[in-house]
Write a protein that binds this ligand. Structure first.
Ligand SMILES: NC(=O)c1ccc[n+]([C@@H]2O[C@H](COP(=O)([O-])OP(=O)(O)OC[C@H]3O[C@@H](n4cnc5c(N)ncnc54)[C@H](O)[C@@H]3O)[C@@H](O)[C@H]2O)c1
Length: 378
């Protein structure tokens, strides 16, 4: 039995949204042990939280710089091997850069940075360090999303001609319509979130899903944002037309003010022979559409699925697996990469996905601000 990988956590404290998903996901396949952390910028809360979840407090540090400094003093076989960066967006770049430069592997939340320039600096840092880097576009871990990717690669729908990805939420309604509340969330603060709220927070997931499932690159975009109020600097709704080439087009729709929507991520890809459609809130169904055959529904765990998809299912068909399992599949792929084992490049999003995502975010803001014009991605 391989030894557990020593995991450090940055952010993701008891007060956070995403921390529990990473902690549970890291344990699901028995590959990781949390050995050190800065869960929270407040040291007392940091220690209290570590005690609450039973992580030894001797390697709970007062801040990120101390974590790196102290861990580097430890022998390599005791030191944290990989750090998960789960802080608000503006901290991703300085943390990831320093981690890569000091030889740590990194699992980072999206959006990877706050600017495209920073993303390119991280790419150079990773190339130099040769360490593993994964970006947690969580939804790519679902078995049926992986199946969609493999079916498109195998030609099941023929040549792709239309993509339609949508990520609709309504949660910011309870904040955006109240002037005082607008300044209370970091996602609406450009200093903490970067240049975009909606596109950077969720539109970028939809962008990644399009590129992940089709294997194609979006070449140009035209964006139309809604800020709802003149004093609000951050988009809360964005519709983006996308072109992959002259004959492959589509759209990415995202909203944080789609009233009543919860976590409505969906993707449809249409080709000359058929279509595929998947929805996050019912993740165990992959719909196969045809002009000539009845609707088919693929489900996880059946032998008719691809190896990549089956690798993300732990129980026999009919035992629903969800978002925790999806993230766990990403952690599983990262564990294989860290151990130098063979893995499929669809097992986790990489630095390239992060760089592409930041290019997409910046170009959509540019398109909107310049009067909704077409802009090329690199
Ligand atoms: N993959 C996904 O689907 C998904 C979903 C939600 C959030 N996210 C991303 O995860 C990140 C965190 O989002 P969230 O919603 O959990 O935020 P949050 O505000 O709920 O939690 C942030 C956490 O970071 C901690 N923190 C802040 N400054 C810190 C510092 N200097 N050092 C250590 N810890 C610090 C806070 O105490 C808190 O525990 C964001 O980048 C967000 O975009 C991704």
């Amino acid at each position: 039995m391989a030894k557990k990988i020593r995991l450090g956590i940055l952010g993701g404290g008891g007060d956070s949204l995403i921390g529990v998903l990473h902690r549970v996901a890291s344990q699901i396949n028995d590959n990781y042990e949390i050995v050190g952390a800065v869960f929270n910028p407040n040291f007392e809360e940091n220690i209290a939280f570590a005690e609450e979840i039973d992580v030894p407090t001797n390697r709970i540090y007062k801040d990120f710089d101390t974590l790196v400094e102290e861990e580097l003093k430890l022998p390599k076989e005791e030191r944290i091997q990989v750090c998960s960066v789960l802080t608000p967006n503006f901290l991703h770049f300085p943390m990831v850069k320093k981690l890569l430069e000091n030889g740590f592997h990194v699992i980072c939340e999206k959006p990877m940075t706050t600017t495209y320039e920073e993303a390119k600096i991280l790419r150079a840092a990773q190339e130099k360090s040769g360490t593993v880097f994964a970006l947690t576009h969580t939804y790519t871990g679902y078995p049926m999303v992986r199946q969609m990717r493999e079916m498109i690669r195998a030609g099941a729908i023929g040549k792709v001609h239309k993509v339609d990805a949508s990520y609709y939420q309504g949660w910011i309604n309870s904040i955006i319509h109240d002037k005082a509340k607008r300044s209370t969330v970091w996602r609406l603060d450009p200093k903490k979130a970067g240049i975009s709220s909606c596109i950077a927070d969720i539109g970028v997931h939809a962008f990644n899903m399009v590129e992940y499932t089709t294997g194609l690159r979006i070449k140009s975009i035209l964006a139309d944002f809604n800020y709802l109020y003149d004093d609000n600097q951050m988009d809360v709704d964005g519709t983006v037309l996308v072109r992959m080439d002259k004959h492959i087009k589509g759209l990415i729709r995202s909203s944080q003010v789609a009233t009543g929507e919860e976590n409505g991520l969906s993707i449809a890809v249409y080709g000359e022979k058929g279509g595929l459609r998947w929805e996050q809130e019912n993740p165990n169904y992959l719909y196969v559409l045809s002009d000539t055959e009845p609707l088919q529904v693929y489900k996880p765990g059946h032998a008719y699925n691809s190896k990549l998809s089956l690798g993300g299912t732990k129980l026999p068909p009919g035992h629903p697996e969800g978002i925790f399992d999806s993230m766990a599949n990403i952690y599983l792929g990262v564990a294989r990469a860290i151990r130098g084992e063979v893995y499929n490049d669809g097992e986790f999003p990489t630095m390239l996905d992060g760089v592409r995502g930041m290019d997409f975010i910046e170009r959509t803001v540019e398109s909107h601000k310049n009067g909704n014009v077409w802009v090329d991605l690199d």
